[in-house]
Structures are given as C-alpha cells and as structure tokens.
Write a protein that binds this ligand. Structure first.
Ligand SMILES: Cc1ncc(COP(=O)(O)O)c(C=O)c1O
Length: 432
C-alpha cells in the first residue's frame, strides 16, 4: 500500500516579472521562479514502501483480499478505491489546495458528478461562453430532470448578482473560458455565492493549478478536464473534482462510487506522470502563447485576438490579479468572418495539427464553430463571441519561431484565396 507523505505544496510558478519573458534579458531568466516548489511537488509523490519503486505502481486489480469480512488493508473493491487513483487524487488535492480530490473517467464525468449534487427545481447560474460539452450536458440531460440554467456574462460580477435567485444552488464559472478566454473575478463571485448560500464551482482546465488556485479565492469546488494540461501529453481522457471542504468531498466521493465513472489505474498513473512536469510545461506554454498572441495582433488578416496576456484583452487586469500567468490558449477571428476562411486556415498549418482538445505538448488548431462548439445553436454561439471564423490555438512546446512561421505560411495560403496580405513583421523577440 502506498503511504502518502503529508507535504504541503506551495506551488508558485510565474511571478509578475516573468509574465512577459521577452521583456526579461533572456527567456530563461525566471528570476523569482521558486524551484523548491517543484521539489515539493515531486517529492509529495510517494515511493512504494513495499518495493522501493520510484514510480507509483499501477494497481491493476478489481478487488482486494480481505482477512475477514470487512477487515482489509484500506481497499476492498476498485470502483470504490484504488491505490493508484488514490495517489493522483491526493496529489491534485494538494496542488489545488483543497481537502479532497476525486478522479473520474473524463472531464465531463467530473462535471456530471458536481451537477448531481443538485435536485429538481434547483437552478445554476453559468458563464455564457461555456464549454460546449457542459452546455450539452446541462441542456440535453439535466433540463429534463428539472434543473435549469441561466447563462450570463460573468466577466461582469454584477450580472451574476442580478441573476442569482432563491432557486440558485450553484454558480458555474470557467475562467479563462473556452474558447474566447474571458476572465471572471473568482473572489468577487465567491462572495456572491456565499451571500446567497450557493456553491461556486470553477472549471480550472485552461489555467491549471500551476497558474490559478480558485479554492484559495473562495470557490467551493474546482473541476478539470485532466485530459488537457494536467495530463499534458494528449494520451488520456480524465476528469478531476477537488473540493475545499472535506464534507463536500465526501458527497462527490459517494457519487463517484455510486455512479461509477472512475478513472482507471493505468490512466491514473498516466495522469501522475503528466502532473510531474506540469510546472515546466505550463511555463513554456505561457512563453510561447504570449509570442504567438503578439504576432497575431499585428496581422492584417486577423480581426480580434483573444489572449489574457495581451494588455488589449478586456479582462487583462483581473487575469493579472488572480493568476500567475496567462496560459497556452490563444484564439483569434479573421477579418473575413466565414467558416470557409477559417477552414482554409486550419487546414493550412503544418505544426498546428487540426484536432479537438488542447493542453498537450504538440500544438493544435481547431475551429470551434465546427468542432467543440457545434452542439451550441449558431445564434447563441455567435452572441457569445464564437464567431464563424474563430480559430483556437493550443500553443504547444515546439520552438516558438517554428510556430510563428507555420502561422505565417497558413496566412499566406489563406491570402491566396482571400485576396492578398503583406508580409508580416515577426515579433521583435524572435529577431534577436
Ligand atoms: C473547459 C473544459 N471543461 C471540460 C471539458 C470536458 O473534458 P473531457 O473531454 O475530458 O470530458 C473540456 C473538454 O474540452 C473543456 O475544454
């Protein structure tokens, strides 16, 4: 059996000085970057006391032998608990500074578990630019059980205040949102939740605990599509819930066992392996994404660029206040706001691979209107800023010069179909 060491992780990643690394003398001069936090993370992952295995063992078993009925070594049946899964749950709870981590077979299963805390007649107030799969779950599964959802622009906390009613039992935030990277003020909305006796859940998939800790800002629950940055290598589907309080954690843990959407031992191990390098990967994702966003902002075929690290982003100030970096996702729309132009662009890149998902080491490009957000009716999608030409980049860990060049080529190809553009100036940082 694994023994978890009670190490408290202080996980500080990007300091103010490091937000725009190209303003520093070198991209490696993360002056205030505190390596001891990486040390704490890595050494909170237990070594197997039975064999000394440095890698967490994969307990690939369905059941556990008992000495007498009900007398066991802490595990009885692997849906209820499994040592490999318990280890990843402990690690992510520490990372998010919560009390309980609960691992699921997908991000949507994690979201589903949180919604199952509600009952018929309850209401959710949710961010309008919500992940399409969450929208589908709310609209096509839970509405028929009498759970209703009000969508508001949560970047203005007053909208949340005005939307909450006595029926509201849950406020649902994604920040940054997928795909327009809106930022909501977690601390301000947590106060509204507390005052109205409802729970605040933050989908922290885009930021990851390396950049943002919603539970320390007053949220009650955090969910993750661990498929993305936590896993980090595009090789698993996983979901996580972390609760601030143990009593709420016990409710989600009950649902995990009662409904059964658990994370397998092997996928738990993959997730541990991914988390081991989270801080390093996130740091480089942030560096690369900032350069890509600045490049896109200068391009004549681009209409809007959505990246919280740009001073032009409407929520830049709150992003700076509540997170330690701006993440690896950049979205942009084209001046020619058509699906055809977007499709021409997303099929014209070489390193940005066209695929659903995000947060992996390889850069990906997607067209939300046709992919992740297809399940949202077009008029709702457009009114939330997910225009026909919106393109989402998951900026990976390749050399950023190669990524910018790849985008440049795709724009050149696009301009041949849309009527010409002038050659771009590469960001100053790339010319050094
Ligand atoms: C913000 C966000 N939350 C949740 C999910 C759902 O996660 P999964 O695909 O692991 O079920 C996704 C998937 O893209 C997402 O982007």
């Amino acid at each position: 059996m694994l023994s978890a060491q009670p190490v408290i992780i202080s996980f500080r990643i990007l300091d103010d000085d490091c937000r725009n690394p190209f303003q520093s003398p070198s991209i490696f001069s993360f002056g205030n970057y505190n390596m001891s936090n990486a040390t704490q993370l890595l050494h909170s992952i237990p070594v197997d006391p039975l064999t000394g295995a440095i890698s967490v063992p994969i307990y690939q078993t369905s059941t556990f032998i008992q000495d007498a009925p009900g007398v066991n070594k802490g595990y009885d049946y692997a849906r209820s608990n499994n040592p490999t899964r318990a280890t990843v749950e402990m690690i992510i709870a520490q990372l998010e500074k919560g009390s309980t981590g609960i691992a699921f077979g997908s991000g949507l299963a994690a979201i589903d578990a949180v919604i199952k805390l509600l009952k018929t007649g309850d209401e959710i107030v949710a961010v309008d630019d919500i992940y399409g799969g969450a929208f589908r779950l709310f609209a096509q599964v839970y509405e028929k059980f009498g759970i209703t959802v009000k969508y508001v622009d949560t970047t203005n906390s007053e909208n949340v205040f005005n939307a909450v009613s006595p029926k509201t039992k849950l406020i649902w935030l994604e920040t940054p949102t997928n795909p327009t990277l809106k930022i909501s003020d977690i601390a301000a909305i947590a106060k509204i939740a507390k005052a109205n006796n409802c729970l605040l859940c933050v989908d922290n998939t885009f930021a990851s605990p390396a950049l943002q800790l919603p539970l320390t800002l007053g949220a009650d629950l955090v969910v993750h599509s661990a498929t993305k940055y936590l896993g980090g290598h595009s090789d698993l589907i996983a979901g996580i819930v972390v609760t601030k309080e143990a009593a709420l954690g016990a409710k989600i843990k009950f649902l995990q066992n009662a409904c059964g959407a658990i994370l397998s031992p092997f996928d738990s191990w993959l997730l541990i392996r991914g988390i081991e390098t989270l801080h390093l990967r996130i740091k480089q994702h942030c560096i690369n994404a900032q350069v890509v966003a600045e490049y896109l902002e200068t391009h004549p075929l681009v209409d809007k660029v959505y990246y919280p690290g740009l001073p032009s982003h409407p929520n830049h100030a709150i992003a700076k206040k509540q997170s330690r970096g701006f993440g690896g996702i950049v979205s942009f729309s084209l001046k020619e706001d058509t699906e055809a132009a977007a499709v021409a662009f997303v099929t014209g890149t070489k390193y940005f691979l066209l695929a659903e998902s995000l947060g992996g080491i390889k850069s990906l490009v997607s067209h939300p209107a046709n992919m992740t957000h297809k399940s949202i009716p077009a008029h709702i999608r457009r009114s939330n800023g997910v225009t026909d030409s919106l393109i989402r980049l998951s900026v990976g860990l390749e050399e950023v010069e190669d990524l910018v060049e790849d985008l440049e080529h795709a724009f050149e190809k696009l301009s041949q179909t849309t009527g010409g553009t002038k050659k771009q100036h590469l960001p100053a940082a790339l010319l050094q």
